[in-house]
Design a protein around this ligand. Structure first.
Ligand SMILES: *[C@@H]1O[C@H](CO)[C@@H](O)[C@H](O)[C@H]1NC(C)=O
Ligand SMILES: *[C@@H]1O[C@H](CO)[C@@H](O)[C@H](O)[C@H]1NC(C)=O
Ligand SMILES: *[C@@H]1O[C@H](CO)[C@@H](O)[C@H](O)[C@H]1NC(C)=O
Length: 430
């Protein structure tokens, strides 16, 4: 058993003990059995690589979120008890233990880790910083400084979308998973409804700027796209690294980030929406839920319409020259589970959620999960394969040695499937 897993087994045991003795410290306990069902592959093996492979800020942020959803499910934004932000001792949480090891507090934009010129990537550790900040105030201050930089100082696109790059305005679909979920969470955590509003608006502005133009004529991906690609996003708009293709992982980052913002918005306490002085009220919340569900559904619907390769979405979704790969497929499947589960639990609260195409989304997600469990897509050492090279989205050689982000997408899919089964969503089967 790898050393890390051994450590987690002990952590889990301690958590079980602390459930009875320390309930006054932790409002609710962590998931007592985080891996109750077998998805058809070895989750522990995937997890070992999901935590050992990351070496960049966004990978750390994604791994921290995956660990939170897996081990502290009630307190993640998809859980039953995210707000008010709980006080969790870092040693009681694999996610917070991990994030505390990775976060390096400095000046924004590198306020939580070195982002190598990115605005969004260091911000991906922001939710962890807020949670750590409940016991160690310097982390909360670092989160506030990072949020302030992203909202007030980073470059902006002409439509108001915040740049993913710090030195010039450039929009990357990836940004939507990194910064808006943090800004939304920070906003609810600190009762700063303005930050929550910015998070919602950024998802909308990104959707406006990156949703692909489609043609009814002959499409030649990556530069033009057919009508069946309607609703999907291009990867990058800007001067330095433009990418007009419909990158599968990019669409997944966008849908999954918007999904976290949506869950945060739905779960925020109603006391936040006073409407005082022109600030958001409950009507704004309802309209925003409608809008975010549309953003997510447009991406899911577009992806589901595409022809797959060996059961997986292609790396560029509408380009038949590309191989089907695990990264984009699994993260999008996790979103399909999350949106369906949220719609079942909160459909009476928001009409748009009640209209979600649960049947179609669960069919899609279950088919991706079953594909992963077959044909050796999770190799014996837990590697999800074939993935796209995470540092070179144009690399036609299937990446088989373990994508740091791709491994975490499988954990996100597992946690989303587990919660979908537990919630009794029709079609989610263990
Ligand atoms: C809300 O957070 C943003 C970002 O940190 C900050 O600029 C703003 O001043 C905050 N607003 C309030 C009312 O605290
Ligand atoms: C779609 O076309 C409009 C008008 O030419 C252009 O401004 C916009 O940037 C295009 N959007 C994308 C995502 O390429
Ligand atoms: C896992 O196996 C793959 C081949 O399937 C190999 O490329 C990779 O290096 C292995 N990873 C580890 C951590 O041993």
């Amino acid at each position: 058993m790898p050393r890390r897993l051994l450590k987690w087994s002990i952590t889990t045991t301690l958590l079980l003990i602390s459930e009875t003795s320390a309930s006054n410290v932790q409002r609710a306990t962590s998931t007592s059995n985080p891996i109750p069902f077998s998805p058809g592959f070895d989750v522990q093996a995937v997890l070992a690589l999901a935590t050992s492979l990351p070496s960049h800020s966004w990978e750390y942020g994604t791994a921290s979120e995956a660990l939170l959803e897996l081990f502290d499910a009630p307190h993640a934004v998809f859980g039953s008890d995210p707000f008010p932000v709980p006080t969790i001792q870092p040693s009681n949480s694999p996610s917070l233990t991990y994030a505390k090891e990775k976060i390096v507090i400095a000046d924004p934009p590198n306020g939580l880790d070195d982002g190598d010129g990115a605005v969004g990537d260091p911000a991906s550790l922001g939710v962890s910083a807020v949670l750590l900040g409940q016991t160690i105030p310097s982390y909360l201050q670092a989160a506030a400084n990072e949020a302030s930089y992203v909202i007030n100082d980073a470059p902006k696109w002409p439509n108001g979308a915040i740049s993913h790059r710090a030195q010039y305005a450039e929009l990357w679909a990836d940004f939507v998973y990194m910064a808006p979920p943090f800004l939304a969470y920070f906003g609810v955590a600190t009762q700063n409804v303005t930050a929550l509003r910015v998070a919602v608006e950024q998802c909308q502005l990104y959707s406006q700027a990156l949703t692909a133009n489609t043609t009814t004529g002959t499409a030649t991906p990556p530069s033009s796209h057919s009508a069946s690609a309607q609703g999907l996003w291009i990867h990058i708009l800007g001067p330095a690294s433009p990418d007009p293709g419909l990158w599968s992982t990019g669409n997944a980052w966008a849908a999954a980030g918007t999904m976290r913002v949506l869950a945060t918005l739905v779960k925020a306490p109603s006391s936040l929406f006073t409407g005082k002085g022109g600030l958001p009220n409950e009507a704004w919340r309802q309209q925003s839920i409608v809008s975010l569900v549309r953003v997510i559904s447009a991406i899911l619907d577009g992806a589901i319409r595409q022809q797959r390769d060996q059961g997986l979405l292609r790396n560029y979704l509408d380009d038949p020259s590309w191989f089907g790969e695990t990264s984009g497929s699994t993260l999008l499947a996790s979103v399909a589970y999350r949106l369906s589960t949220l719609s079942l639990a909160h459909g009476s609260f928001a009409a748009q959620l009640a209209r979600v195409n649960v049947h179609g989304y669960i069919n899609f997600a279950e088919s991706i999960r079953r594909t992963l469990g077959s044909s050796g897509h999770i190799s014996s050492n837990g590697t999800a394969t074939p993935a796209i090279n995470p540092l070179n989205w144009g690399d036609h050689t299937p990446f088989t040695s373990g994508s740091p982000e791709g491994q975490n997408f499988v954990i996100l899919l597992y946690a989303a499937w587990r919660d979908c089964v537990k919630a009794g969503v029709p079609g989610c089967r263990a």
